[in-house]
Design a binder for this molecule. Structure first.
Ligand code: PMP
Length: 308
């Protein structure tokens, strides 16, 4: 991991190596953290953060489920992200805000433990590898089921629930696959270990509804918006594993993974980066890199910054 100089912690900057926690941090024992994954991109008008406000609103929703008071408004957190980018003099990178219950009383009742909020930024290239953006990844349908709305609600992005994704990722990797796709308890496709899933069939784009226990991904919403604008029909509907096996094209999307084609699922070959995947991937990268005016409203610059 490539480090940067400073991390924003509870309102001020600390050197990267000093941003430590106590071993009795509540979140370390019980998973009581909520976080976001965001990307910033270099654009001709300066560094822009992709859908920053939407990410911060999801952060706030996640925190509210676990009764954590973030102590900062969405605007303040957004400004803190821009400030962290500026102080580290960094361009395209990954942005990780996390709020967690710190050291204090032990036990499951968390409300007497302090909430800490940090924002870290660092360079992070293509999550599933640069080559995957072109060639696609191999996926395995996990034998682990996705957590559900009445166990660990997937609509919130909480640290503890990622143990579910870690199990799926470990299994997929042990079996020689690049990534795992999880089914929900009912057997319908939910999402990847850290990405949403889309399938193309006869020119129509399908993706599971958020009621299928997938994270309401911000890249997912972006892809739906772009596809609709490009005249591609999008249907949010329950999918079974054979819908993926028989898909003309399948792709994963997420902040880290951006738009990554799927080359095969459980060994069944797909069309890889077929025409619709390519069109959406190209539109996505043109937008985030500030080269597509149609979706420029999704790029957020520091307040007061001049946008060319
Ligand atoms: N599903 C899961 C399980 C994830 O962890 C992520 C990454 N946050 C996504 C989907 C994609 O969400 P987003 O596009 O908001 O990054």
């Amino acid at each position: 991991m490539q480090t940067t100089e400073k991390i924003w912690r509870n309102g001020s900057f600390v050197p990267w190596e000093d941003a430590q926690v106590h071993v009795l941090t509540h979140a370390l024992h019980y998973g009581t953290g909520v976080f976001e994954g965001i990307r910033a991109y270099d654009t001709p008008s300066g560094v822009a953060v992709f859908r920053l406000t939407d990410h911060m609103e999801r952060f706030r929703r996640s925190a509210s489920l676990y009764e954590m008071d973030l102590g900062y408004t969405t605007e303040e957190l957004a400004a803190a992200v821009h400030a962290t980018l500026a102080v580290n003099e960094i361009g395209s990178c990954y942005v990780r805000p996390i709020a967690f219950r710190g050291a204090g009383p032990m036990g499951l009742y968390p409300l007497d433990n302090p909430v800490e909020v940090i924002i870290a930024v660092w360079p992070w290239g293509a999550y599933l590898g640069e080559e995957a953006l072109d060639k696609g990844v191999s996926c395995k349908i996990s034998s682990f089921r996705r957590i559900g709305p009445n166990t660990l609600p997937p609509a919130a992005k909480a640290s503890g629930q990622y143990i579910n994704s870690v199990l799926a990722k470990l299994e997929a990797s042990r079996c020689g696959f690049d990534e795992a796709i999880l089914l929900n308890e009912e057997g319908y496709v939910a999402d990847g270990s850290g990405e949403n899933v889309f399938v193309v069939r006869d020119g129509v784009l399908y993706t599971p509804p958020t009621t299928a226990s997938c994270l309401p991904g911000i890249t997912r919403a972006t892809v739906i918006r772009m596809a609709t604008a490009l005249g591609i029909e999008v249907r949010q509907t329950n999918l079974v594993r054979t819908d993926l096996y028989f898909g003309d094209e399948v792709f994963l999307c997420g902040t880290a993974a951006e738009v990554t084609p799927v080359a095969s699922i459980d060994g069944h070959q797909t069309g890889g980066r077929g025409p619709l995947t390519k069109q959406l991937q190209d539109t996505f990268f043109a937008t985030v890199n500030g080269r597509d005016e149609r979706f420029a409203d999704m790029l957020e610059y520091p307040v007061g910054a001049e946008v060319a």
